[in-house]
Structure formats: structure tokens, C-alpha cells
Design a protein around this ligand. Structure first.
Ligand code: PLP
Length: 276
């Protein structure tokens, strides 16, 4: 079995966060181990409150797991606070965690901050970034991490190069580019642009979480980062096509779309026999 550890926040609306990660990792045939960094109170309309899990308890979740079952890859999502960022740095070093894929979650698309404070950002950029294998910022996150405007494909390429200089492979996701939907990968061999037409859908809550957890799972399964990016893009595109409304605001992506809901024990049948 392949085990992928997700260290991320809970999204009560079920579309993003650790809920999206678990669905994606299992859909791809691996097992999700989980460590919750924060619990959010949110709906499709937005985040109303955040309850951070103390860093000491975050490390307890990871410590107890990895001495029992060691994950082939780790996905990092919402880390919430500087304490959690620093704790994750210590956990990666202490346990020699491999294939760490970081979605540098900074704020929700509805605007609320999911990583609090300048110190947390500095620590994420200077201490955590050099330890991860892949980082997957969207345009907004790439802009905050590099301190420069990132709105065009050229600016996304420059940001990918910039962040790669810190160590990790970088995928700047282009879902918010004005014309095309091109994701840019910068690794030791150079740049690759993954082009695709835009899928216009209001059901996109959770896109970044599905992408990064799919990427981590494919890397855990032994694919190269380049190959894993192509596959993770296909997973996201399918999840977007299968998305659905979930309240009055933005709808959710559906990484489980296309699964047969009529699962039953072989031979058990689904007919009501009339017997108690
Ligand atoms: N809530 C949690 C716990 C998340 O991890 C994220 C994104 O990673 C979000 C909310 C925001 O998701 P979106 O930007 O798709 O609305």
C-alpha cells in the first residue's frame, strides 16, 4: 500500500482542505494519513472562524503515525500559524520525511487569511520552502512569496524560476491567468508549460487541494515530478467537470466524480426481500 500523509486544515464545507485531500488520495488508490493543523468554520460563502490546533498537538499526530507507518509522500496544506510552520520544519527534519509537496495556502479565494502574520510567511519562505520537493503556488501565492506582481504567463514563469532557486521544483498553477490555463513547472531540467483550455465552472472550491494531494500521491507511487504534474492536472480537470453546488456560494470540485455509488457485496443484491 502507498501511504500519503496530509498535514492540512479541516474545511467544514467539505470541498477543500483535508477533506479534499482524503478523497483525492483514496480515489487514486493510496491511503491518507492525516494531521490536522486547524479547524475552520466555513461554508460555500466564506470562512467565519478558525480554531488552530496547538503546534505541540500537531507534532503528536505526526510522531505517533510515522513511527508506525512511514508515508512515501507528504502533502502540506493550510498551516495557519508561524508555530505550525516551524513545527512542520522540525517534523520534516526529525523524521526525514520524503517527497514533501507544499500547497502554500495563504488565503481563501473568498479573501480570508488562512496563514496568519508576516512572521509565518517569512518562516514558510525561508525555513520550510528549501526543505520541500515541490511547491504549488497559484498566482496570488506566487506573488506573495516572491514579493512581485504575478498576473501574466511571463510573470508566472519568472516567479517559478525565482522560487526554484530556493530548492524545490515549482508548479505555478495558472487557473487564474487571463487567457489560457497554463501551469508552469520549473525543475532542474528547466521549464515546462502544461497548456489547457479554461474550464469555466462556478464549482472550483478545493481545486488547489486536489491538485497538490494528487501530485503527492503520484510522486509517492514512483512517478517523476513532471509525469505527476501531468497526471494531477488530469485529476483536477475531471474533478472540476464533476463539481457541484454546495450552498449559496461557490460550488465544490468533486475528486470522487465518476465513482460507482451502487457498491454492494457481491451476490447480496439490492432488492428488498421483504424479510426483517
Ligand atoms: N479551507 C481550507 C482548510 C483550505 O485548505 C483551503 C485551501 O487550501 C481553503 C479553505 C480555500 O480553498 P479555496 O481557495 O478553493 O476556496
Amino acid at each position: 500500500m502507498i501511504y500519503v500523509l496530509t498535514i492540512a486544515g479541516s474545511d467544514s464545507c467539505g470541498g477543500a482542505g483535508i477533506q479534499a485531500d482524503i478523497k483525492t488520495i483514496h480515489r487514486l488508490g493510496a491511503h491518507a494519513l492525516t494531521a490536522v493543523t486547524a479547524v475552520t468554520a466555513q461554508s460555500s460563502v466564506g470562512v467565519t472562524d478558525i480554531y488552530p490546533v496547538p503546534a505541540s498537538f500537531l507534532s503528536k499526530q505526526v510522531d505517533v503515525l510515522v513511527t508506525d507507518v512511514f508515508p512515501q509522500a507528504v502533502k502540506l496544506g493550510m498551516l495557519c500559524s508561524v508555530d505550525a510552520v516551524r513545527e512542520v520544519v522540525r517534523l520534516i527534519t526529525r523524521h526525514g520525511l520524503l517527497n514533501v509537496v507544499m500547497d502554500p495556502v495563504i488565503r481563501a479565494s473568498t479573501g480570508q487569511r488562512l496563514l496568519e502574520g508576516e512572521e509565518a510567511l517569512t518562516s514558510l519562505r525561508e525555513e520550510l520552502l528549501p526543505l520541500v520537493r515541490v511547491v504549488t503556488p497559484n498566482l496570488d501565492e506566487a506573488s506573495i512569496l516572491t514579493g512581485r506582481k504575478v498576473r501574466t504567463l511571463e510573470e508566472a514563469i519568472a516567479a517559478a524560476r525565482d522560487l526554484h532557486a530556493a530548492g524545490p521544483d515549482v508548479v505555478v498553477t495558472g487557473g487564474h491567468l487571463p487567457e489560457q490555463c497554463t501551469d508552469v513547472l520549473c525543475d532542474d531540467s528547466g521549464l515546462v508549460a502544461f497548456e489547457g483550455d479554461r474550464l469555466d465552472t462556478p464549482c472550483s472550491h478545493g481545486t488547489g487541494c486536489v491538485f497538490s494531494s494528487a501530485l503527492a500521491t503520484f510522486v509517492a507511487q514512483g512517478h517523476s515530478v513532471r509525469d505527476a504534474v501531468g497526471r494531477a492536472r488530469a485529476v483536477v480537470r475531471k474533478a472540476l467537470r464533476e463539481g457541484y453546488p454546495c450552498g449559496k456560494g461557490r460550488g465544490v470540485v468533486n475528486p470522487l466524480g465518476g465513482m460507482d455509488p451502487d457498491v454492494h457485496e457481491p451476490g447480496a443484491g439490492s432488492k428488498n426481500t421483504g424479510r426483517a
